[in-house]
Every structure is written in structure tokens, then in C-alpha cells.
Design a protein around this ligand. Structure first.
Ligand SMILES: [Fe+2]
Ligand SMILES: [Fe+2]
Length: 471
């Protein structure tokens, strides 16, 4: 099969010789990376996967069995009808750019590389999870997420190759050289160096960390650099599934935890082989506080520059906002001053990151409310999960040098240290969760710590053979 056939695309790849040559050189390195750093094992098995084959909303994906190394990683840009103008910043109303404006080249490359780097990073973080999936259904979902993160890497590498010349080619190679968690060559953003080696963490990652990705992609889909806007817009289509894997995965662990608590004479979920809600709450605290860092500094001149230059807008910039200049507006944010929490007024453009974080937090609150409904439905009363304050357990930004409890109240270091083990997973909690990670590969069966999903994938039954082992 020629490369042109093996890369489904709507960017007229066949007519661009130079781009084809660049991608032809990159593809074998990508496959080598996939074999090395993609899911360990399972490469010869048949996985029932969806593949993006067009941008047609009514039928953009094709579902069938495929071996992962044969997956067709495609390149798709959402088409635009007619002329589009930039929708925000100092360049508002100007025509969008089809090429990279010279003066924005450095910034734009940094934005694309940072986004691109997260895609292979998450595949690396998750590479051992196949060995202990709680069901075939979950195993399939994991691999679906993995191959699509691979496609997102392709989407960003396409932009680097097509629009950034030699620098772009070098960046594309470097994306295959960094490794999640590697001391010498780590991935760019810290959360993507965090270990995700059991399934509760995987679901938390897909719920909280990947959800940051949704908001980043959404603000990039407003970009004045049109190829980036169109690439990220299509990535969001796939991303929605990743987020649902996280949200429903946690939901099913919560359901099982609540049911096991009710069933046990001592309210001890662990005695029933489930994960207890206290531990689940600690994982929420940990993963949420790690993911909120990804939005960047609360007060950020970089974010202001990106916005002013028309590179990165806000989530639903066109739908949600009336004033697209965001000049002369004020954002009021809690800060610590003289040992007390007070509020500070910040020019809105410098608080763009915080505004995006607001959207994200509200979205996470919605999911937590759903989990609490699940607890109620299981007949367990008096127990609720909650989202910690965004100030809790931070390593970066204006809250990093202080200590806060999960409610967001300022506390001293000694109090934090004394309480830490009740707020964040301990080595013992992690060991317990790890001890439950036994593969459960009989179609339709679930591991002891998780409830069955409500329905299967794309109309298939829950006990459908989502993965056919050939070994
Ligand atoms: Fe992605
Ligand atoms: Fe994702």
C-alpha cells in the first residue's frame, strides 16, 4: 500500500510531493516508536476499533477489527465554509492566515509542539495497562484512546512538516525521542510524566488530564492560524470519547464502591473487593490538582500575548463572548497577601488562563454531581464525593508557595503535613488499588472493583468480543 493510501486524509496529500516525502521519512520512525512505546503486547491481536475516515459528521468513522500497527492514522482538517476572519485579540476581523505569519512563527511552533508532545506522552504512560484491564470492553477502549492519541500526534506533525520547514521536521523527530518520565528526556508538561500504571489512575487521567486537552484544543480551534484551528476542531470529535471513558470509568468504580459498602456488614467496600470511596476521593484530589496545573499561570503575560496576537482564543469564543477584544475588563482572583486570602483585580487578558480554568472546573463539578447521583442510586446515604479547590496541592502558579486544604482555606505547612495522608493517596492506598489489577478477559465479565457499563460500544453488546487474541 502506498503511503497516500495508508494515510486517509482530506488535505490532498497526493498532490504535495514535498509533504509526502517528509511524512514518508517520519512514518517508519513513528511505527518504531509505536512498537517500542505503545501498548506492551497485543500488537498482533485483533481489536475492534474506530478509524477516522472523513470529516463528514454523519459518518466520519469506520468500525472494524484491526491490528494496532496496521491502524490507519489519518490527517483531517475540518472544512470551512467561505471566508473566515479572526475572532478575537488585536487582529480581530482580519482574514485568517493560511500560512504562518513570520513574526508569530516562534510562538506558534511552541504552541503546536507543546500540544503535540502530550499525545505520545499519554500513550507511553498507559503502555502497561493492557496487562490488567478490568474487562475486554475496557481493554478495547484503552486501545481506542491510544491509537487516537497517535492520530493526534500525526495531526500536529502534519502542521509542523507542512508549515515550519526544517525546524518543523526537527521538532517532529524530537516528539518521538522524548519519553514520559525519563529523567534526561522527559515530556514537556509535568503531568505527562506522572505514572499511570493502574486503571483507577487511567480513568482519572482520562477524566481530568485529557479534559484539560479538550479546553486547550477548543481555544486553539479559535486560532487565527487556520490550519491549526481546523486540525484541532476535528481532534475534538475524537476527544469527546476519551473524556467519556474517564468520566464513566470513574462512575463505574464509584457505583461498585457504593454497592459494596451497602452490601458489607461493616460498610467495608474493600472487604468486598471494591475500591472504597475514601480512596476514590483521594485519587480525585490528586489527579484534579495535577491537571489544573496544565492551564498555566493564573496571571500570565504569555497567555495575554497569545490572545492579543490571535493565536489562542477562549473556549467557545464566538458563541459565549460578546467583547472579543477583552480589553479594559477586569478579572478578580483570590490571592494570598500578608498571610490572608484576599482578592486582586487583574486585567482580563492576563487572566485568560484562569478564565479557561473556570470553564474546566465547572465541567468537572458537573461530573462529580453525576457520581454523587450514582452513590445515591446505590442506596448509600450520607457520603458525597467533591472536587477539591483549585488552590489545593499546587506546584506551580500563585498558590504554589502556600498550603491549602481541599476546601481552599489557607493552612500552615504543619497542618498540611499532618493531614496529607487523609487527602492524597498513600503508598498503602496505591498498593491496595494495584492489588486489584488482575486482567479479566472473558467477554462480558468485569473485575471485582468495577461495575459493568450501561451499554457497549456503537450498538454492540457488553459481552461482544471487543478483542480477539491471536496468541
Ligand atoms: Fe489527544
Ligand atoms: Fe485524548
Amino acid at each position: 500500500m502506498s503511503l497516500q493510501d495508508s494515510i486517509p486524509n482530506n488535505v490532498d496529500l497526493g498532490s504535495d510531493r514535498k509533504l509526502m516525502r517528509a511524512l514518508e521519512k517520519w512514518q517508519p520512525n513513528f511505527l518504531e516508536w509505536w512498537r517500542d512505546m505503545g501498548p506492551e503486547g497485543f500488537q498482533e491481536d485483533q481489536i475492534w476499533l474506530r478509524t477516522a475516515i472523513s470529516v463528514d459528521a454523519s459518518g466520519w468513522a469506520h468500525y472494524d477489527y484491526v491490528k494496532m500497527p496496521d491502524y490507519r492514522w489519518g490527517i483531517f482538517l475540518t472544512p470551512r465554509d467561505g471566508e473566515r476572519t479572526i475572532g478575537f485579540g488585536d487582529v480581530s476581523e482580519e482574514k485568517v492566515w493560511d500560512e504562518v505569519p513570520g513574526e508569530l512563527r516562534g510562538m506558534l511552533r511552541r504552541i503546536i509542539v507543546t500540544q503535540a508532545d502530550t499525545e505520545p506522552a499519554s500513550v507511553e504512560q498507559q503502555r502497561l495497562l493492557g496487562k490488567c484491564a478490568p474487562s475486554l470492553y475496557d481493554l478495547r477502549n484503552l486501545f481506542q484512546v491510544n491509537v487516537e492519541e497517535g492520530r493526534h500526534l500525526w495531526a500536529m506533525v502534519h502542521l509542523l512538516h507542512q508549515y515550519f520547514g526544517r525546524d518543523g521536521r526537527e521538532e517532529a523527530e524530537a516528539l518521538l525521542e522524548r519519553r514520559s518520565g525519563d529523567v534526561d528526556k522527559p515530556r514537556i508538561l509535568n503531568t505527562f510524566n506522572e505514572r499511570t500504571d493502574e486503571w483507577l489512575s487511567f480513568f482519572m487521567f482520562a477524566m481530568f488530564t485529557d479534559r484539560d486537552g479538550k479546553y486547550q484544543l477548543s481555544s486553539l480551534s479559535e486560532s487565527g492560524f487556520d490550519p491549526l484551528a481546523r486540525a484541532t476542531q476535528f481532534m475534538l470529535t475524537e476527544e469527546a470519547f476519551h473524556l467519556s471513558v474517564g468520566e464513566y470509568g470513574v462512575d463505574r468504580a464509584v457505583q461498585r464502591a457504593a454497592e459494596a459498602t451497602v452490601a458489607d456488614s461493616n460498610d467495608d467496600a474493600r472487604a468486598q473487593g471494591a475500591i472504597d470511596l475514601v480512596t476514590i476521593q483521594k485519587y480525585i484530589n490528586f489527579w484534579f490538582s495535577s491537571a489544573v496545573e496544565l492551564f498555566g499561570g493564573e496571571i500570565s503575560s504569555n497567555a495575554a500575548d497569545y490572545f492579543a496576537a490571535g493565536l489562542k482564543g477562549r473556549h467557545h469564543e464566538q458563541k459565549k463572548y460578546e467583547d472579543h477584544a477583552a480589553l479594559g475588563e477586569i478579572y478578580s482572583m483570590p490571592i494570598v497577601e500578608k498571610g490572608k486570602l484576599t482578592s486582586q483585580e487583574v486585567p482580563l487578558r492576563n487572566a485568560i488562563n484562569e478564565q479557561l480554568r473556570d470553564e474546566y472546573v465547572a465541567d468537572c463539578e458537573r461530573a462529580v454531581a453525576r457520581w454523587n447521583k450514582t452513590i445515591q442510586k446505590a442506596g448509600l446515604t450520607g457520603v458525597e464525593l467533591s472536587l477539591p479547590s483549585r488552590r489545593f496541592n499546587r506546584r506551580m502558579g500563585i498558590y504554589a508557595e502556600y498550603h491549602f486544604d481541599p476546601r481552599g482555606d489557607l493552612i500552615d505547612e504543619a497542618t498540611f503535613e499532618a493531614k496529607k495522608d487523609t487527602w492524597l493517596p498513600t503508598a498503602e492506598d496505591r498498593a491496595y488499588v494495584q492489588s486489584l489489577m488482575k486482567p479479566c478477559y472473558e467477554p462480558g465479565k468485569m473485575a471485582s472493583w468495577i461495575a459493568a457499563p450501561r451499554k457497549g460500544v456503537k450498538g454492540k453488546a457488553i459481552d461482544f468480543e471487543y478483542v480477539k487474541f491471536t496468541g
